[in-house]
Design a protein around this ligand. Structure first.
Ligand code: AMP
Length: 395
C-alpha cells in the first residue's frame, strides 16, 4: 500500500488544485450515456470546492494520438459533470501547444480539453508535465483507472507540485489493500473469462497470494485439457497446455489449491438457448462445447466461499451473455453477495467483463467493492507497481 497523502491534508483556500480524473465516459450523439465514472469523482470535487479551492480538471478522452480531433473533445462531458456536481463547470478549449491561461476563482471548477491532444501526454514528456503543473499549486489524482500508465498528467506532474490522492483513488487503494496485501484468510481468487493467455501474470501472482484459486470460464478448458480431459470443440488454447501444467505445479508448490470444474454445461452451438446438458468432465464429446461450469462445481465453489474471509473476483465462470450459460456465474455471484451482506467476508471484484457479469447477476451493489478500472485493476492483481500510484508516495 503506498504511503500517500489524502486530501485531508489539503487546505484549499485560495489554492489552485489541478485534479486528474477519468472522464472517458460513453458518449452517443453528443450526450453522455453512462455517468458512473462522473458519479465516483463528484465527492472529491465537492470537497475541494467546499474548501474554496479553484479546481482545474485534467482528463483524457479516447485516443486522439497527439492531435486535435474534434470528435474526441471533452466538451460534451462538461454539462454531464456540471449536472453530477450540481455546480457550474466551465469548459476550456486548448490545443495544449502553449500553457493555457486559466483564471479560476476559489470555489470555481474548470474542465480542460483532452490532455491527449498533446503528443507529449502519452510519452510522459517532462515539458508537457511542466505545462500541466503550471496550472496549479497542488495536484490531486482521482483517476485510479489511468494509474497504470505513466503519462504527463498521471505521473510526470505528480513530481512537480505536491501530490495527493482523491477520495475515489483512496477508496480503490484501500479496497485493493484489503484484497491482496492484508487480506483476512482464507483468501479465494476467482479467475474466469475467455483466455489463459491474457491472465498468465495474474495467475502467477495470485498463486503466491491466494489460498485457493477458482478457475472458470473458457480458460478452465485449457486446464482440463492439460490434465488429459476431452474438451471437444470448446474454446481452448492447446498451445498453452505446458504453461497450464506449469501453473498447476507452481500453485501446488506454493500451497495454493486450484479449484477446477468437475462437471460442465455443454452445447453443440455457441448461441443463446442452444440445447444444453450438464455432464461430467470426462464425458465431453468431440462435438461438444463447454460453455459453463456444472451444478456440482457450483456447489463446490460455494462451499469454498462459505469458508473464505476474502474473495477477489475477475472474470465470468461461463459464457454469461448467453442464457442458460450464465447460471454458474449468477449462482456463485449471488452466494458471494449473500455472504458479504451477512458480514462473513469481504468481496472485491473488477476487470474486463466482471462488472457487467455482476450487474447481470443483480449483485454488483452487494459486493464490498467493485473496481471499474479495467487495466489498472488487472495490473494490480498481476502484482505490478502502478506508476500513477507510486508517484503519489510520500518521500
Ligand atoms: P474476459 O474478457 O477474459 O474476462 O472474458 C470474458 C468473456 O469470456 C465473456 O465474453 C464470456 O462469454 C467468455 N467466456 C466465458 N466462458 C466461456 C466459455 N466456456 N466458452 C467461450 N467463452 C467463454
Amino acid at each position: 500500500m503506498p504511503n500517500f497523502k489524502s486530501i485531508d491534508n489539503v487546505d484549499g483556500s485560495g489554492k489552485r488544485v489541478v485534479i486528474r480524473l477519468d472522464l472517458n465516459v460513453p458518449i452517443e450523439n453528443g450526450k453522455v450515456t453512462d455517468a458512473t465514472r462522473i458519479e465516483r469523482v463528484v465527492p472529491t470535487l465537492r470537497e475541494l470546492l467546499d474548501k474554496k479551492a479553484a479546481v482545474i480538471v485534467l482528463a483524457h478522452f479516447d485516443r486522439p494520438k497527439g492531435k486535435v480531433v474534434p470528435e474526441m473533445s471533452l466538451k460534451p462531458v462538461a454539462p454531464a459533470l456540471q449536472s453530477g456536481l450540481g455546480r457550474p463547470v466551465k469548459f476550456i478549449f486548448t490545443d495544449w501547444q502553449s500553457a493555457p491561461t486559466v483564471s479560476a476563482k476559489p470555489g470555481e471548477c474548470m474542465l480542460m480539453e483532452n490532455t491527449r491532444y498533446h503528443a507529449g501526454e502519452e510519452k510522459n514528456d517532462a515539458g508537457f508535465a511542466k505545462t500541466l503543473a503550471s496550472l496549479g499549486d497542488i495536484f490531486v489524482n482521482d483517476a485510479f483507472s489511468a494509474a497504470h500508465r505513466a503519462h504527463s498528467s498521471t505521473e510526470g506532474i505528480a513530481h512537480l507540485i505536491p501530490a495527493y490522492a482523491g477520495r475515489a483513488m483512496e477508496a480503490e487503494l484501500r479496497a485493493l489493500e484489503q484484497a491482496l496485501e492484508k487480506p483476512k484468510r482464507p483468501l479465494i481468487a476467482v479467475v474466469g473469462g475467455a483466455k489463459v493467455s491474457s491472465k498468465l501474470e495474474l495467475l502467477g501472482n495470485l498463486s503466491g497470494l491466494a489460498n485457493t484459486i477458482v478457475i472458470g470460464g473458457g480458460m478452465a478448458n485449457t486446464f482440463l485439457a492439460a490434465q488429459g480431459y476431452p474438451v471437444g470443440k470448446s474454446l481452448c488454447e492447446h498451445d498453452l497446455l505446458p504453461i497450464a501444467k506449469e501453473i498447476i505445479a507452481t500453485a501446488k508448490s506454493k500451497g495454493c489449491t486450484l479449484l477446477l470444474p468437475t462437471d460442465v454445461v455443454v452445447a453443440k452451438e455457441f448461441k443463446a438457448n442452444s440445447p444444453s446438458r450438464n455432464i461430467k468432465i470426462a464425458d465431453v464429446a468431440a462435438d461438444d462445447m463447454i460453455l459453463d461450469a456444472g451444478t456440482d462445481t457450483v456447489t463446490r465453489i460455494n462451499a469454498a466461499f462459505d469458508a473464505a474471509k476474502t474473495i477477489v473476483w475477475n472474470g465470468p465462470l461461463g459464457a454469461f451473455e448467453h442464457t442458460p450459460f450464465d447460471k454458474a456465474t449468477v449462482a456463485c455471484a449471488r452466494h458471494v453477495a449473500k455472504l458479504t451482506k451477512s458480514g462473513r467476508l469481504a468481496s472485491i471484484a473488477g476487470g474486463g467483463d466482471t462488472v457487467s457479469a455482476l450487474n447481470h447477476a443483480g449483485v454488483a451493489g452487494d459486493f464490498t467493492y467493485i473496481s471499474t478500472a479495467g487495466g489498472a485493476f488487472l495490473e494490480w492483481l498481476e502484482g505490478k507497481p502502478l506508476p500513477g500510484v507510486k508517484a503519489l508516495e510520500r518521500t
